[in-house]
Design a protein around this ligand. Structure first.
Ligand SMILES: [Zn+2]
Length: 116
């Protein structure tokens, strides 16, 4: 079904949505916090100086021509994601401690409430 170009994006979106719900579920279960962020430019921007460094998917090392910062592409993206998440803490729309995602609420309704 993913090969069907009319359905592929919808199926992928559902997959990411389910993944996000499970991630939020396990975070609550183990006392962690999740903060959703937009993935826009997280792999393109330099996590050191913030400037955009365009690279193809096959480029695995981030080398910033502006500040000289060099890092693994995924580590650079992870640092950008962390910065985005930390910049939204406390703002409307972020999940706060004590708020529960849908899967957690479903489990609570099936097995009964328990102390966190
Ligand atoms: Zn830089």
């Amino acid at each position: 079904m993913v090969k069907n170009r009319h359905l592929a994006k919808s199926i992928s979106d559902v997959g990411w949505s389910i993944f996000r719900h499970w991630l939020e579920y396990f975070a609550i279960k183990y006392g962690k916090l999740t903060i959703p962020v937009s993935p826009h430019n997280t792999s393109q921007n330099c996590s050191n100086c913030g400037k955009k460094v365009v690279k193809s998917l096959s480029t695995i090392t981030h080398i910033c021509p502006h500040c000289g910062y060099t890092e693994d592409r995924d580590v650079n993206a992870a640092k950008n994601i962390l910065k985005k998440a930390l910049s939204t803490v406390g703002q409307t729309g972020s999940l706060k401690l004590g708020e529960f995602p849908p899967l957690f609420m479903l489990e609570q309704s099936c097995i009964g409430k328990r102390e966190l």
